[in-house]
Design a binder for this molecule. Structure first.
Ligand code: PLP
Length: 361
């Protein structure tokens, strides 16, 4: 590892090195057209090919059924916090499971557009726990039920798809999209800010059941209308061209590696290396309950802020970057996305063990 560190940042995050190299090789002259993807018209045939191919790869990899459309939007997952209620609430109500920071923000945003019923609130346990099915209280009249599959900050994740009794299911998959197979047909809508696991910042992917589009409130900005974006194939206005191109390269890489089933195997292997250290440690305490653990973001602390700071500093000195936890949790967080090599997780686990031997009293 001469010039590339292991980057454990939560997002924007590590990208597969072969993807960066491919982008570099095509940077000045894409496929002989004499210009960079950054410079070409989004209405031209070359970019049309880039977008269509990224969309096809995306649908193939996640096995997206024909009932659903894939959209490439802007504004991050945060724009979807507003777009979802603006399009789907229809002046009524919606249920939200609040299992972390982002699902809390999403619920708060939705309150501007209708009634929000809280199906689960995890504040009381400091978001260490993911509710079981029988802990969910989904109001049957809800226009939809919203949850966040992987809680990036607290390091917890749902290991099942909630049953809603017929209420349309909406999910924020920002920090786990393309890390495992998903039965897309169960969802009315899935969204993901791309900068965690699949592309550079600036792109949000939405997978939507076409039959739920077209109910947006009259006041909804056209840029947030799913119906309009479906009709225009994500090109109502200039799309995030460069990010879509990079997404296409990431997905090409992903397919060459064996797709989402292989990503699932790798995330289990990577995260097990780190959780194994935590489970055998007298120094570190994991944040998440054992049944609620995320395989994408592993959160832990020593219980001593000074020692946590030393841990982070020592990690950086070895090229293990960005392991400082979010300010809401403190301690440490290691994000282990698709592009993180197993050796990166192993280097972190080894460092954790060494640090414990040196500092445990
Ligand atoms: C990062 C993140 C967000 C916020 O994403 P932006 O693209 O910055 O708006 C929302 N939800 C989850 C789960 C995230 O990880």
């Amino acid at each position: 590892m001469a010039d590339r560190a292991y980057n454990f940042a939560a997002g924007p995050a590590i990208m597969p090195e072969p993807v960066l190299r491919k982008a570099q090789s095509e940077l000045l002259n894409w496929h002989g057209c004499g210009m960079s993807v950054m410079e070409m018209s989004h209405r031209g045939s070359q970019f049309a090919e880039i977008l269509a191919s990224a969309k096809e790869s995306f649908k193939r990899l996640l096995n997206v059924p024909d009932t659903h459309e894939v959209l490439f939007l802007q504004g991050g997952a945060t724009a979807q916090f507003a777009a979802v209620p603006l399009n789907l609430m229809d002046g009524g109500s919606a249920s939200y499971a609040v299992t972390g920071n982002f699902s809390g923000i999403a619920a708060k945003e939705a309150e501007k557009y209708g009634r929000v019923s809280v199906a689960y609130e995890g504040r009381g346990n400091n978001y260490t726990h993911i509710p079981a099915q029988d802990e969910l209280n989904i109001a049957p009249e809800s226009a939809y039920f919203h949850y966040c599959a992987n809680n990036t900050i607290f390091g917890t994740a749902w290991d099942y798809v909630p049953e809603t009794g017929g209420v349309p299911l909406v999910c924020d998959m920002s920090s786990e999209i393309m890390s495992h197979p998903v039965d897309v047909s169960k969802y009315a809508l899935i969204y993901a800010g791309a900068q965690k696991n699949i592309a550079p910042a600036g792109l949000t992917v939405v997978i939507i059941d076409r039959s739920i589009a077209g109910r947006e409130s009259a006041a909804a900005p056209q840029i947030m209308s799913y119906r309009k974006m479906i009709d225009k194939d994500s090109m109502l206005n200039t799309p995030p061209c460069w990010c879509i191109y990079m997404l296409g390269l990431v997905l090409e890489w992903l397919e060459s590696q064996g797709g989402v089933a292989e990503m699932d195997r790798r995330r289990r292997e990577r995260s097990a290396l780190v959780y194994d250290v935590l489970d055998n440690s007298r120094l570190y305490r994991p944040h998440a309950e054992s049944g609620s653990r995320s395989m994408m973001n592993v959160t832990f602390r020593t219980g001593d802020e000074e020692l946590d700071a030393q841990f982070v500093k020592g990690a950086a000195a070895r090229g293990l970057l960005n392991v400082k936890g979010h300010r809401l949790t403190g301690g440490m967080r290691a994000s282990l996305y698709n592009a993180m090599p197993l050796e990166g997780a192993r280097a972190l686990a080894d460092y954790m063990k060494e640090f414990e031997v040196k500092h445990h009293v």
